[in-house]
Write a protein that binds this ligand. Structure first.
Ligand code: AMP
Length: 409
């Protein structure tokens, strides 16, 4: 079965076509600048030169049609006809409290996703455009949605509630939801497989450290607590997001700087974090480079960044009353041995022993970076959210097909 994975943003659409018999990627690509004068479609097939096509793509339905044209293109395509796409899986950021797991799309699911627009105004409407665009182009192909928040729906109220008037939770569902769930889910399963130990037996902290960053306490395979909150602003320091801060900073800044609420919101989301403290960049590679060239603000930003990850790991070890495994993943977690070292050097009290050589080794594979005698295993696991979306979609479509074949006609 071939599964097409779609991640639709407001002006972009990423895709990957999987052959589920081997879980291999047949082709992948990106449509950028949807709705602008010149849109760009970049299409990649392993072992072949990248294809770039510039055209006018004013909305998502045309973007999906262009993707399907490319996938079936006589020269650059990988399938003969769209009939070879048996299912489509979508990434959806916010599933609220409604969605605890991935689901097949029907009219009711679409209605529920629309109800959640308020909670993720920048993301969910764009995902819905992707869903409708696929529906228009491939009306007979089943579609599934995989939510970034669903993995965290196992958190207990002690983790997900904020200590504010409960009426706000009851009326408006103001609570911690957590994000990057697909990644935390994928890397925790991969880590347990790598260690040859049942996931249900492990106390794990997974650190998804990329442009956006979050830590999750995974107790016996289930999300127990996570650093991002009602929105992805809470928790760790990130590329441009502040992460945790005293909420009183908001009214204070508004008064002192004569700013509007929207301006402060934008400051905390887009002009804070690594970018603000380093004064150099939101990109970790550039911050590290500046630090190595003697820039003290860059050093401070790097150290604050690592310190906050370490604090969360320590807090989650206490929350779970123990810790067996730490996983690093995403752009920085997978690639920066320096960051991993900085985080781990303050965790020796847990019996964690980093193996310098293993930490510095370059690899795209899952690997252990602690010594064989370390009491806590630290792993680097390359994340693959698209594969998890493809797997969930495949499983749901198979299950539905089986249920249908068992129903007496
Ligand atoms: P992501 O959002 O997962 O794509 O991660 C993007 C972040 O990963 C950016 O801050 C990059 O600078 C960072 N990154 C990628 N490669 C490296 C590297 N070799 N060393 C440090 N940071 C890196």
């Amino acid at each position: 079965m071939n599964v097409l994975v779609i991640n639709a943003g407001s002006s972009s659409l990423k895709y990957q076509l999987y052959d589920m018999s081997t879980e291999s990627v047949l082709a992948k690509g990106l449509v950028e600048r949807i709705g602008m004068d010149s849109s760009i479609l970049t299409h990649e097939v392993e072992g072949q030169p990248e294809v770039r096509e510039v055209s006018e793509i004013l909305e998502h339905t045309t973007a999906v049609r262009k993707v399907l044209d490319m996938l079936t293109h006589r020269k650059f395509g990988v399938i003969d006809s769209v009939d070879e796409i048996q299912a489509v899986g979508h990434r959806v950021v916010h599933g609220g409290e409604t969605f605890r797991e991935s689901v097949l799309i029907d009219a009711n699911v679409k209605l529920e996703i629309r109800k959640l627009f308020d909670l993720a105004p920048l993301h969910n409407p764009a995902h819905m455009m992707g869903i409708v665009a696929v529906e228009t182009n491939l009306p007979d192909v089943p579609q599934a949605v995989v939510f970034d928040t669903a993995f965290h729906q196992t958190m207990p109220p002690t983790s997900y509630l904020y200590a504010i008037p409960m009426v706000l939770y009851r009326k408006h569902k103001i609570r911690r939801y957590g994000f990057h769930g697909t990644s935390h889910d994928y890397v925790s399963q991969t880590a347990a497989e790598f260690l040859g130990r049942p996931l249900e037996s492990l106390k794990m902290v997974s650190c998804h450290i990329g442009n956006g960053a979050s830590c999750t306490a995974i107790l016996h395979g289930k999300s127990y607590d996570t650093s991002m909150g009602m929105t992805p602003l809470e928790g760790l320091m990130m590329g441009t997001r502040s992460g945790d801060l005293d909420p009183a900073v908001v009214p204070f800044t508004i008064n002192k700087e004569d700013l509007t609420l929207n301006e402060v919101n934008s400051m905390l989301n887009k002009h804070s974090g690594l970018l603000a403290v380093s004064g150099v960049s939101s990109d970790m590679r550039e911050v590290v480079q500046a630090m190595n060239e003697g820039n003290e603000s860059a050093r401070l930003a790097f150290e604050m960044y690592a310190y906050r990850i370490r604090k969360y790991i320590g807090a989650y070890a206490a929350a779970m009353n123990g810790l067996d495994v730490i996983v690093f993943t995403a752009g920085i977690g997978e690639n920066s041995d320096l960051l991993r070292k900085k985080v781990c050097e303050g965790l020796t009290f847990l019996g964690l022993e980093l193996d310098e050589e293993r930490n510095q080794a370059r690899s795209k594979q899952t690997r252990r970076i602690t010594t064989d005698s370390s009491k806590v295993d630290v792993l680097v696991v390359p994340t693959n959210e698209e594969l998890l979306i493809a797997r969930d979609t495949y499983r749901l479509v198979q299950k539905a097909a089986m249920a249908k074949s068992e129903t007496p006609s």
